[in-house]
Design a protein around this ligand. Structure first.
Ligand code: PSZ
Length: 496
């Protein structure tokens, strides 16, 4: 199938006719990547009749309430997602920020049909147990080539939640190892942990932030504080949560207020660390997103993160930066925390989404000594590591981080201009690179704007109570920004 797709990619002119479209962008078609389409093209309402039929079919098998539409992944290309009803949409959300270089990138097709890669695709190893011979080299070519500052170790995992879950475990193991020094766990440790009791299952905690999202598995969920629906009915761990700054925009008008807000949050962090110590429930690690994504694209200043990092160090806590959503280039740097410019930015950095494989980088001292402490069957997937290596080649070859910075500047400028034009609808335009967001006056309007934009051929995402977030692929160029802004302008005009 891959070779058939590859042939089709090279044989066909991908600029399909715009005839028969209900909505066509007013922006001049200007496809510069020959494998990308040249604009959205809507043929039916979404979900269209084929999607609706499939919704019924899948609905007999599983919960389909969150499904928007069914997708034709063979026809989707570049920045455009094509659904099963033939609607072609400019994708500014990319499967929840997880498509690095667009759909059906020719470089990935090529890699897929290379006979040298066949065995990697056919045989899935238990990586922690029997990895393939080329695995160290493949890690060096991919994940280690973009390792965050100060980190030369990485553990792959399957998804974002399982990366964080295992990173949390690594922090607890690290803490207890430090405490024990050279002595071994006691017999009491070993028997009590088997019945979930102290001291073997110790009273240790992790500190997270209001509005933070770190996944939905049970440990991660205890540090996730976005929507009640994520947490309802699930037993949780009694871990401390500090407030995350809520900045006022435009930033330059509220410097004093924002600095005071950040100081308040940092004070609360120190308080919680101190209380944990006094109550005999020490905080072992602090987990934070460089930009809180699910929670509403909440930003904080470089000074805030600098101070937070220092507080963690001062209190002997590991500092875990969750780059699952921010990592992979969308902010204009490969890792969002690089914008902080710290010499020692983190002890753990977790990733997934645009990195294709999940996992976490960690400092040497967070490496458990014994086997099977951080372990599961697959521990990632070498096919994803292979794809990541090629994605990184494309990013370097095409200077995509520079492109992102350029597109991001155009996007944020455009959002600011629209905000000035529609002050009753838009506010708080913000972002770094193309990792941008804007608030809509209220939640019902936000939800209507998302649907209207989709009707006009643009896919966007919601986050927080009333924000819209932009999460295009790294191949979203300035002309895609112009096209998007034109369509968004038309959408907003209906809500004036
Ligand atoms: O509704 C959901 O479950 C969603 S929507 C977007 C996400 C989850 N993001 C996943 C995510 C994340 O943004 C951060 C900062 N950390 C961890 C995760 C969890 O990753 P996954 O979904 O791969 O388990």
């Amino acid at each position: 199938m891959a070779s058939r797709l590859l042939t089709r990619l090279s044989l066909h002119s991908l600029r399909s006719s715009l005839s028969g479209c209900r909505h066509v962008s007013k922006a001049a078609p200007q496809a510069q990547m020959e494998w990308d389409y040249d604009g959205p093209c809507m043929k039916t309402a979404v979900p269209g009749p084929r999607s609706q039929k499939l919704l019924k079919k899948l609905g007999d098998i599983q919960n389909v309430v969150a499904i928007n539409m069914f997708v034709n992944y063979e026809e989707s290309r570049g920045n455009y997602l094509v659904d099963v009803d033939g609607n072609r949409m400019l994708d500014v959300y990319t499967q929840i920020a997880s498509i690095p270089i667009g759909y059906n990138h020719p470089a990935l097709h090529k890699l897929m049909v290379d006979p040298n890669n066949l065995s990697t695709f056919v045989n899935r190893p238990a990586l922690g147990f029997m990895p393939p011979g080329d695995f160290p080299d493949k890690l060096a070519e991919s994940l280690l080539s973009v390792a965050p500052r100060g980190m030369s170790r990485v553990q792959t995992m399957a998804c974002g939640s399982c990366s964080n879950e295992n990173a949390y475990k690594a922090m607890f193991i690290w803490y207890k190892n430090k405490e024990r020094g050279s002595s071994s766990p006691t017999q009491e440790d070993l028997t009590s942990c088997m019945v979930n009791q102290s001291p073997g299952s110790p009273n240790l905690t992790l500190l997270s932030f209001s509005g933070g999202f770190h996944g939905r598995t049970i440990g991660c969920l205890a540090s996730t504080h976005t929507k009640a629906m994520h947490k309802l009915d699930i037993p949780s761990l009694d871990w401390p949560m500090a407030p995350f700054p809520r900045l006022r925009y435009p930033l330059e008008e509220f410097t004093r207020e924002n600095a005071a807000e950040e100081a308040r949050c940092l004070e609360e962090v120190e308080d919680l660390l101190e209380q944990g110590r006094l109550k005999g429930r020490p905080v072992v690690g602090i987990v934070v997103e460089p930009i809180q994504a699910e929670g509403g694209d909440n930003h904080a200043s470089v000074d805030f993160f600098k101070s937070l990092r220092n507080i963690a160090r001062k209190h002997g806590c590991a500092f875990h930066v969750d780059e699952v959503q921010t990592g992979g280039g969308a902010t204009g740097k490969f890792w969002a925390h690089e914008h902080w410019g710290l010499d020692d930015p983190a002890d753990i950095v977790s990733f997934s989404k645009k990195l294709l494989t999940g996992g976490f980088y960690f400092k040497d001292e967070l490496q458990p000594k014994e086997p099977f402490r951080i372990f599961n069957t697959w521990m990632g997937d070498p096919t994803k590591t292979l794809f990541l290596g090629e994605v990184l080649n494309v990013i370097r070859r095409e200077n995509l981080l520079e492109e992102v910075a350029r597109s991001g500047t155009a996007l944020l400028q455009g959002l600011n201009a629209l905000q000035a034009q529609f002050p009753g609808v838009l506010s708080r335009a913000r972002g770094q690179g193309t990792f941008c967001a804007v608030d809509i006056r209220d939640e019902p309007t936000r939800n209507k704007v998302l649907l209207k934009a989709r009707d006009k051929g643009v896919l966007l995402g919601a986050c927080g109570d009333r924000s819209i977030r932009f999460r295009p692929a790294l191949i979203f160029k300035e002309y895609h920004v112009a096209m998007f802004l034109n369509i968004f302008n038309d959408v907003l005009a209906e809500f004036k």
